[in-house]
Design a protein around this ligand. Structure first.
Ligand SMILES: [Zn+2]
Length: 265
């Protein structure tokens, strides 16, 4: 599932291709946006917030998209076969004379006034990758964590209302880095600021990693210590990594951890 770093990379790719350019094609294959016409508008920029993207236009509107589990924005050269975007999974097409951005399997799509963007993300905690997170968002996030003292720390990290942008990969990797057992009640975690800043640093590394292709694919500049490594030896102690489950069905999510390096009470 795309986490905040992937959304930032997607925004960067979309800006490279679309920012400052006029749309010659715009298709929103989404029932509630069927009548919306964006052709002729100039794209201002795409702004990420947590796992959400807002592509802003020069008429004061924004296209809000969310990648959910499998969504992606791909950039292809206008005029190529891919730019026809014939797949039934395509939900949005934004085209300039040079580039066409194709949104596949998007999980949400709305067109809103730019000044109303906050109504779609107002329930979320501060974006862990925002520039002002260390000086402003962190304190807000710490308050949100404190409100959930009984909740396992892994579930608190995954809760977008606490802090937006962290998913299963960065929850697992930052808990491992801080040697925290994922089911430690949040109120018993001694250094929550360091935990949140560790998640931010790992994600920043991914954002900074070069994007080798225009589609935004490529390595995230991250060594996975535990995520997706169930049964394989811990790179620190050799113990087999375990795949745990955070939250309850149908909202359960995998959390990978080392049962030796990350001990509970
Ligand atoms: Zn270990």
């Amino acid at each position: 599932m795309p986490e905040g770093d992937i959304l930032r990379r997607a925004a960067r790719s979309l800006d490279t291709a679309l920012a400052g350019r006029r749309l010659v094609r715009a298709e929103l294959r989404w029932p509630s946006a069927a009548g919306v016409d964006l052709v002729g508008l100039t794209v201002v920029r795409t702004v990420p917030y947590g796992k959400h993207l807002f592509t802003r236009f020069d008429d004061g509107r924004s296209l809000h998209t969310h990648l959910r589990m499998e969504g992606s924005w791909r950039l292809v050269r206008t005029g190529t076969a891919e730019a026809r975007a014939a797949s039934p999974w395509v939900r949005a097409v934004l085209g300039t004379p040079e580039w066409t951005a194709v949104g596949h399997r998007l999980g949400m799509l709305d067109v809103v006034r730019t000044e109303d963007e906050h109504t779609l993300v107002g329930h979320l905690g501060p974006d862990v990758l925002a520039d002002d997170f260390p000086t402003h968002g962190l304190a807000v996030a710490l308050g949100n964590v404190a409100d959930r003292a009984e909740v396992p720390i892994a579930e608190v990290l995954l809760d977008q209302r606490v802090c937006a942008g962290i998913g299963t990969l960065y929850a697992a990797e930052s808990l491992y880095a801080r040697r925290l057992w994922p089911w430690t009640p949040a109120g018993e975690v001694r250094d929550v600021p360091s935990l949140l800043m560790t998640a931010r640093r790992l994600m920043e590394r991914s954002v900074a990693a070069p994007t080798p292709t225009a589609t935004g694919d490529g390595p995230r500049g991250l060594t996975s210590w535990v995520h997706d490594r169930a049964g394989r030896p811990c790179l620190r102690c050799g113990t087999a990594i375990v795949r745990g489950v955070a939250r309850t069905p149908p909202m359960e999510r995998p959390i990978f951890y080392c049962p030796r390096c990350q001990v509970g009470r």
